[in-house]
Write a protein that binds this ligand. Structure first.
Ligand code: OOG
Ligand code: NI
Length: 459
């Protein structure tokens, strides 16, 4: 029987997750509306941008675009989740070490990789794995491991359907429908904790993140993030709609030619939970789930990324932000000034200097025939067009800022940098793809094929 395309399964899953989260966290619905209003406003104001997005096949994906995040407890859970996301055409891309920011996790992003798949539906999930080996209190770490060993985060039917998909190479329409319904169960919020109030408080005292990962039946989705075309505007309008954003937007400053990823979030909600225990348990609260928005710009090459990292580090050293957001204005000024100084703010310059990745296609002015002198000449004549490649990944410093803002800034930075990609890949049961190689291959392949169509293979 015919299989439903994994891109379609992913689109349905993303929609189902969004509906579920909207019902669970009403502020997320408010945010979606705000983002959609602002995007419409931007597109109306800037017809050139609308045309560029439409030509690059990016306009349609805008309204369905979002990412989410989950936190897993054990290596076995990470392997299971990898197999689940594979059914939807999502693979692990990138390794993010968050121990640098004092967080006992390391992460990857599950996402589609092929250009067509990204343009159909770019749903991504930032997925973190708890690192109990970094916890100094060994007795507590062992208790946490024992609690986690008791749970199973996938429904039995989801496990069967994943296995079926692996054997058959896909799922039929009916199976896919059932799979989506079963899969979202893994990420649903359940307010009944599996631990007692005392255990929760012990875990929480060691690190709030540990309490969030260990105390519940599964890895509840902790946020879903729509993509906006004007994050400054959304940040500015949030209070009007009753949402309080964090003090600063993470990532690069606002620019004419957007680079990488800018993100901002609103604080986690305090939600009622029920602890396990005698007489039906005791009541308490937990804060974990929040909202976030993102604005995506062009992907940077290793050279561009090094310049970004260096510049951002200088900004953070020169204008530190306090736990309550003190110094946010000075930080913004420093960020604007330093980037203006070193980073070209023009797509052409970014391309010519090898700082950003592009995707090439034949232009409307193309004339097949006359031998062109150079790629630059083809671009200048409009025969060849270079579209910026959207940055599809995440940024570790920004991710740490997002974590920090929804965990409260009291998390002690007790861990030194201890990346362990090998251990992560061993848990995953696969290697994480290198995001730079993906962008480079897209650039190379698109250029080769455009030149071929133009009859300019000699270049
Ligand atoms: C993930 C935080 C990172 C992002 O967009 O960088 C993140 C988490 O809090 O689990 O979502
Ligand atoms: Ni996020």
């Amino acid at each position: 029987m015919a299989h439903l395309h994994p891109d379609e399964i992913r689109a349905r899953f993303s929609r189902a997750m969004s509906e579920m989260y909207r019902a669970e966290v009403p502020q997320y619905g408010t945010l979606i509306e705000l983002v959609s209003d602002v995007n419409a406003e931007v597109l109306e104001r800037d017809p050139a941008l609308r045309e560029r997005l439409a030509d690059a096949d990016e306009l349609d994906r805008l309204d369905v675009e979002r990412h989410g995040a989950i936190r897993l407890g054990t290596p076995g859970e990470l392997a299971q989740i990898r197999r689940m996301f594979a059914v939807m055409g999502m693979g692990p891309v990138g390794y993010y070490d968050l121990s640098v920011a004092g967080l006992p996790v390391h992460s990857t992003a599950f996402r589609p990789v092929a250009t067509e798949a990204l343009s159909r539906n770019p749903f991504r999930v930032f997925t973190s794995l708890l690192r109990l080996e970094l916890i100094e209190d060994r007795a507590l770490a062992e208790r946490a491991a024992a609690i986690l060993s008791e749970r199973s985060i996938l429904t039995e039917r989801a496990q069967e359907l994943i296995a079926l998909c692996e054997v058959r190479g896909g799922l039929t329409e009916d199976q896919a429908e059932e799979f989506v319904a079963e899969a979202i169960e893994t990420f649903r919020w359940r307010s009944d904790a599996t631990v007692t109030a005392q255990t929760y408080s012990d875990l929480h005292e060691t690190h709030r993140l540990i309490a969030d990962v260990v105390s519940f039946r599964g890895p509840h989705i902790n946020h879903l993030t729509p993509r906006t075309l004007d994050i400054d505007r959304v940040q500015e309008l949030m209070p009007e709609r009753g949402i309080t954003p964090k003090a600063v937007i993470e990532g690069p400053p606002r620019r004419g030619a957007d680079i990488l990823l800018r993100q901002t979030s609103f604080k986690a909600l305090e939600e009622p939970i029920l602890f396990a225990g005698e007489n039906g348990g005791t009541e308490g609260t937990h804060t974990a789930r929040f909202g976030e928005i993102e604005q995506r710009g062009v992907a940077l090459t290793p050279k561009g990324r090094a310049l970004y990292d260096e510049t951002l580090a200088a900004v953070r050293a020169a204008a530190p932000i306090g736990a309550q957001g003190q110094g946010a204005d000075a930080y913004r000024q420093e960020l604007d000034a330093r980037f203006a100084e070193v980073f070209p703010d023009d797509l052409n310059a970014l391309r010519r200097e090898g700082l950003a990745f592009f995707r090439y296609r034949m232009g409307a002015e193309a004339e097949v025939g006359a031998r062109a002198e150079s790629i630059e000449a083809l671009l200048a004549s409009g025969a060849l067009v270079a579209d910026p490649q959207v940055y599809e990944d995440f940024l570790p410093v920004s991710a740490a800022g997002i974590f920090q803002s929804n965990l409260g800034t009291d998390a002690a930075s007790a861990y030194s940098e201890r990346a362990n990609r090998e251990a992560f890949e061993e848990a995953l049961g696969a290697q994480v793809a290198d995001e730079m190689e993906i962008y480079a291959a897209t650039e190379r392949d698109s250029l080769r094929s455009a030149l071929k169509t133009l009859g300019q293979d000699h270049l």
